[in-house]
Write a protein that binds this ligand. Structure first.
Ligand code: AMP
Length: 363
């Protein structure tokens, strides 16, 4: 049997590029569908250059590949269902549908997967906000299309209600209770449809709603870390997960609350390329191919710093001064403000001594 596969990736950004690199060193071939000819994955894969809603292009990808995967969750699930052959998309489209809509996602997490989420209710218009108890704080989030804090309004007093009502009348939303968390954490889990493997718990620091620094292992008790990993595995098992999934969570002093899931490798898991014996991209490829998955070992505590457009000069200078830091650049042609251009991973058990790239500048 020929074990070399052609893997089709929808989306050729940095996640697609790093998936492709893992696939290539395992001997596979990669074709990427992306609207931008010079996207990061174009350096390491064959390309189909077309918009994501071009069904013919998606069909061509399916025809040229043995297995398909995606690097982002907003793929048209119906279009994908229409073009894939049996078992060609091991991740399935249910997972896409769940993670595209916060209502489906919250319902799935709390009712099917049985993990704790912040108390929430579905909001279909401002009428649903009329009688909320303003002794509590909330976050109102659009059900679809929100990302990195976009499409969200924090409600701390009646002063915020005008904006919240406007959002609630413009689209379907979820109203969540505000969680007074100590830390934001995430857990990467990968599956091959049957068995799951889980990565160490990551602690995430955001600036302007963009991930800035990840610290591994997260500075929480062993008991909470085990609980977070067990919750991630529980979610993955319910999904009969194939490939990699990231579970974003809040850690309070004595509990873990799940915020959301991303059905793909995640920025907070990039440290695993150097710091673990297998990366989140390696286990994604193994998982979608239905191959056995390794138990993950963290070599040493690590810190990952994101490099945004405004940090490029600083990042290059940083690795000249710190040659044991690993600088990854994704090969994006234009270094726009706040665009993720790369990241730096370094080994350290003193994460507080490592400044974020944006520190000392306006982030
Ligand atoms: P999300 O788009 O759900 O990832 O939310 C973006 C950010 O908003 C999170 O990383 C948190 O910092 C914050 N956030 C989201 N939901 C809540 C919540 N229920 N309570 C407190 N902070 C939240």
């Amino acid at each position: 049997m020929n074990s070399t596969k052609t893997i089709g990736i929808i989306g050729g950004g940095q996640l697609g590029q790093m998936m492709a690199i893992s696939a290539i060193y395992m001997g596979h071939k990669v074709v990427t569908l992306d609207p931008t000819k010079d996207c990061p994955a174009s350096r390491v894969s064959d390309m189909i250059v077309a918009p994501y809603d071009d069904v013919d292009a998606m069909r061509e990808l399916a025809e040229r590949c043995d297995v398909l995967t995606y690097e982002f969750e907003n793929v048209d699930a119906d279009a994908l269902d229409a073009v894939v052959k049996d078992n060609q998309l091991p991740q399935g489209t249910d997972l896409l549908r769940i993670s595209q809509n916060r209502i489906f996602e919250k319902n799935f997490l709390s009712q099917k997967a049985g993990v704790k989420v912040a108390p929430y209710k579905v909001v279909t218009s401002s009428l649903d906000l009329e009688n909320i108890d303003l002794s509590k704080n909330y976050v109102l989030k659009t059900a679809t299309g929100g990302y990195d804090g976009h499409g969200q309004i924090v409600i701390k007093s009646a002063d915020n209600l005008a904006d919240a009502n406007k959002l609630a009348n413009s689209c379907e939303c979820v109203l969540e209770e505000f969680v007074n968390f100590d830390l934001e954490i995430s857990v990467i889990v990968s599956g091959n449809g049957k068995d799951m493997t889980v990565f160490p718990v990551q602690e995430n620091i955001h600036r302007n709603n963009i991930l800035s620094k990840t610290i591994v292992p997260a500075r929480i008790s062993d008991e909470l870390a085990k609980k977070a990993q067990a919750m991630a595995v529980q979610i993955a098992e319910k999904l009969e997960l194939s490939g990699t999934l990231c579970v974003e969570m809040f850690a309070t002093s004595d509990d873990i609350i799940v915020n959301e899931i991303a059905p793909r490798p995640h920025n907070s898991g990039h440290y695993s390329i150097e710091a673990c014996d297998f990366s989140q991209f390696d286990t994604h490829i193994l998982g979608i191919l239905g191959l056995p998955l390794p138990k993950i070992h963290l070599h040493q505590p690590a810190v990952m710093l994101n490099v945004l457009g405004q940090h490029m000069d600083k990042a290059r200078a940083y690795v000249k001064e710190n040659p044991s830091a690993h600088l990854h650049l994704y090969g994006k042609l234009e270094a726009k403000h706040n665009r993720k251009m790369g990241h730096i991973t370094l080994f350290s058990s003193e994460p507080d001594t490592i400044a974020e790239m944006g520190e000392g500048m306006d982030f």
